[in-house]
Design a protein around this ligand. Structure first.
Ligand code: NDP
Ligand code: MG
Length: 399
């Protein structure tokens, strides 16, 4: 039996990971963590029998504890609970499927405890990649990508010496507003941005995909995972989401991984790497597909992508500022407190005023996050939406 823990088990990636567990039957779930959805977490506890669970929200955790008093599961909360869940002694792999850089500390704790990481939580690598990648080498643990593009690249690189890689071609669907002008984007409502043409995902990443900030985060994620420079990662818009990414080698050969859009493939590949298991589901029908098209991303309209290149090239604490401003802005947009274009305006303004710290420690990363939130709050007087709950939990909103 393979033993896994899942942070973010009630979310899009978390529930699809549990679908893989259901299909494969040789995975034991040892630990689960969620933000606040205790109804679903209770169902998961009764079905998978983890020994420890965490609910971020303390009041909800106490409620859950009462509900599962008949079981021998330990219920924890907050960052301490998240770390305890991430380091459950029997787990071999930790699936990091929480949203946002709140994942940094539990991910590091799991690696220090010798766990391999099946990484969906890209914000952790974007902000702390310079700490995570050397730690993985030191601890002899693997970072197995779950993000579909990075899984594709990982699959294309199988057996290839790294020195032969010339470029990574990171594909993007372009999102629901591909081909739009900035004027059109100004009128985007929450409902419009939550409709992704090809993938069904959590709310935060769906907004990120629509702004192309998700692709920007992915360029930085790829840079750390595959040890290339920012300039070796090129974004190629491929609207059908059939090619999940490609690698160009020194001799001009290009390898690509294709498939129907189904996150269970990269999740399962990460859990069983290097083995390939049967995964039921739709197969590509090329005749039906007809054509696959390509275009360049429009970085003038989708400024969030250009800013990601700026942040990644400069490095240090700037990617943290990029990410933190985005998490903050998306949380506010999801609460209907700011307009659509304000998200990227916040990123740009926060990056402009930041004094970069080189090689930031975890504490300095969290400090840069706090400063970014404070800066945005001082610059934009945001009226709290009546009854609005926090849509994206960050160290700023939850401390
Ligand atoms: P969801 O919003 O669907 O799920 C997030 C999960 O994290 C939920 O279980 C949520 O709990 C939990 N959570 C949030 N905050 C905390 C916290 N502070 N402590 C504990 N648990 C918490 O997100 P996704 O599954 O879409 O995305 C997860 C990560 O994977 C993101 O980093 C995203 O970028 C990445 N990713 C997602 C893809 C997708 O297809 N969805 C594709 C590629 C990458 P609750 O439900 O109770 O709020
Ligand atoms: Mg992706």
């Amino acid at each position: 039996m393979k033993k896994i823990g899942i942070l973010g088990s009630t979310g899009s990636i978390g529930t699809q990971t549990l679908q893989v567990v259901d299909q494969q039957k040789d995975i034991q779930v040892t630990a689960l963590a969620a933000g606040s959805n205790i109804r679903l977490l209770e169902e998961q506890i009764r079905r998978y029998h983890p020994s420890v669970v965490c609910v971020w929200d303390e009041a909800k955790a106490r409620d859950l504890k009462t509900r599962v008093a008949d079981l021998s599961v330990r219920v924890t909360w907050g960052m301490e609970g998240l770390i305890e869940t991430a380091t459950e002694p029997r787990s071999e792999i930790l699936v990091t499927a929480v949203v946002g850089m709140i994942g940094i500390r539990p991910t590091i704790a799991a690696m220090e405890a010798g766990k391999d990481i099946a990484l969906a939580n890209k914000e952790t690598l974007v902000t702390a990649g310079h700490l995570i990648m050397p730690l993985a080498r030191k601890q002899g643990v693997r970072i197995l990508p779950v993000d579909s593009e990075h899984s594709a690249i990982f699959q294309c690189l199988n057996g290839e010496p790294r020195r032969g890689v010339s470029r990574i071609l990171l594909t993007a669907s372009g999102g629901p507003f591909r081909g739009w002008t900035r004027k059109q984007l100004a009128g985007v409502r929450l409902e419009d941005a939550l409709k992704h043409p090809n993938w069904s995902m959590g709310r935060k990443i769906t907004i990120d995909s629509s702004t192309m900030v998700n692709k920007g985060l992915e360029v930085m994620e790829a840079r750390w995972l595959f040890q290339v420079s920012m300039d070796q990662v090129q974004v190629v818009v491929q609207p059908q989401s059939v090619i999940h990414s490609m690698v160009e080698f020194a001799d001009g050969a290009v390898m690509a991984q294709l498939g129907t859009p189904d996150m269970k493939l990269p999740i399962q590949y990460a859990l069983y790497y290097p083995e390939r298991r049967v995964l039921s589901g739709e197969r590509l029908d090329f005749a039906k597909l007809g054509s696959i098209t390509f275009e360049n991303p429009d970085m003038e309209v989708f400024r969030g992508l250009k800013l990601a290149y700026d942040a990644g090239r400069r490095g240090g604490s700037l990617p943290t500022v990029y990410n933190a401003a985005n998490e903050y802005g998306v949380g506010r947009f999801l609460n209907r407190e700011i307009s659509y274009l304000t998200i990227v305006e916040m990123i740009e303004a926060a990056m402009e005023q930041h004094q970069v710290t080189e090689n930031p420690s975890v504490e300095q990363i969290l400090e840069a996050e706090r400063e970014t939130c404070e800066f945005i709050e001082s610059r934009w007087q945001i009226a709290e939406h009546s009854g609005g709950s926090t849509s994206v939990r960050t160290h700023c909103t939850d401390s």
